[in-house]
Write a protein that binds this ligand. Structure first.
Ligand code: AMP
Ligand code: ZN
Length: 113
């Protein structure tokens, strides 16, 4: 999508600290980290959000979670990390290209705010 921040990051038009890339996913450091590890994992396909995902996106969404697990392993944060998918403005979703947050490297509170 032309006018989407994360599509621009995937295309390399806006700089980001890349963490992981494969055929279907791209992961980069969050610009405003909320934990020692705060990585965003996004599908290369533009999907507006979880609400807009369709059945054919199921494998892709699973792929994001497994990419998070791989990064969690690489970072040595397997004692406790969280993957978060904000859905809709009331959840705090501010970028409308589906993305999974990977947060870890510190104690995480429950329930989240
Ligand atoms: P959300 O609030 O779930 O939509 O998450 C959007 C995330 O994108 C926030 O955690 C922002 O800090 C992050 N973000 C916004 N712009 C950039 C950017 N240019 N590079 C990396 N992360 C960004
Ligand atoms: Zn996009």
């Amino acid at each position: 999508m032309t006018d989407c921040l994360f599509c621009k990051i995937i295309r390399g038009e806006i700089p980001a600290k890349k963490v992981h890339e494969d055929e279907h996913t791209f992961a980069f450091e969050d610009i405003s980290p909320q934990a020692p590890t705060h990585v965003l994992i996004v599908p290369k396909k533009h999907i507006r959000g979880l609400k807009e995902a369709v059945q054919e996106d199921a494998e892709l969404i699973g792929h994001l979670q497994l990419a998070a697990a791989k990064i969690g392993r690489q970072r040595g944060i397997e004692e406790g990390y969280r993957t978060v998918l904000n859905v809709g403005p009331k959840s705090g979703q501010s970028v409308f290209h589906l993305h999974l947050h990977l947060l870890g490297g510190r104690d995480l509170l429950w329930p989240p705010g």
